[in-house]
Design a protein around this ligand. Sequence first.
Ligand code: LLP
Length: 421
Amino acid sequence: MNALSRRNGELHLEEVGLSALAERHGTPLYVYSAGAIEARYRDFTEAFSGHPHRVCYAVKANSNLAVLQLLVQLGAGFDIVSGGELERVLRAGGDPAGIVFSGVGKTVTEMERALEVGVACFNVESEAELMRLEAVADRLGVVAPVSLRVNPDVDAATHPYISTGLKENKFGIAIGAAAALYRYAADADALLVKGVDCHIGSQLTRLEPFVDALDRVLALVAALNRDGIELDHIDLGGGLGVRYHDETPPTVADYAEAILARLGTRRETLLFEPGRWLVGEAGVFLTRIEYVKENEGRHFFVVDGAMNDLLRPALYGSFHGIEPVMNSPETPTTEVDVVGPVCESSDFLGKNRMLAATAGDLLAVTTAGAYGFGMASNYNSRNRAAEVLVRGEHDYLVRRRETLADQLALEQLAPPLPVSG
Ligand code: LLP
């Protein structure tokens, strides 16, 4: 489903015209299509319908409560990486029995809370974490369900900052060291071995790394079986890429076919942790051109959205499409850099773009539904953007724009301090 379309010259998300939306809620503004998220979720589960599976949405990609609520309604499970994400999922009505808890740095408090509510599984990332989890569960008199997140040492062929399955990354347990830890976990009264987990990186646009990782995981599973350790599930993480520019990521049907072919007759439940693939293309980021300027022959659109709102271009050099919300045939096309007001040279949303727009016009930054708002900050004391969810012709404000009062609420002045001189 392509939720974004141009009608009578105006960009719409589902049935909602984006100009009026921006008028009503102001800019910068994130807008998400519920229909697009739903279509993706259904495509994913459909692709794996021949095999027991569960889609555990990676909450970090977009943790807005209404987005989580939608995924709860669709029947999704969740992949969380913090106590905060756990509480968000619970607030959205998510069932703890559908939650897997990933992340390299789980604290004692986070473990206690996750055990208390009864998450489905901890994806354990180190020996030290396994020992800590065992001790916490033992103290609480409960049994902790565990998977070991193994690092299969495959090259995900993606941006180094979002590649996680190479042995030099901080993530997971070296696959060669996993069998001994499984033995330990299988013998521990406070631990229950549930599965195995691997996640090799994000925005993958080829199938080979997934297949290579799966082969290595399956070799481990076979070795564990020989040692008398049976698993309920195999968690293959997330990582399936989307189209930002001219990438041609595999379809979910191709992804499923490749994985199911490799799995052969194994019947363990498959878990997946897609984030970007479910929500990335469902979102646009709206920003208005404040100024048009020229420096030494270079043209700039200075917009009201910035790196604090959408960090990906600044942090990874990522490409996002940028389009005027209204076509205006009489406006000349200029090659411009679209930059924000933040005082950093890396504060750009796009460079060298051919755009027919001018001051006051609204721009849509596309494929902004994943790792957009979630990575936003208050840098330069900017209020974070509002978020709107659309469904059909309806739109719902699902996070109001932050105010300066929100920003200042946690701070206070110190008593007058002695100043030298
Ligand atoms: N599972 C685990 C354990 C993860 O670490 C991640 C993402 C996912 C699942 C979801 O991956 P996805 O399906 O979204 O590729 N901020 C970066 C992406 C960081 C991804 C971190 N981990 C970006 O904007 O590209």
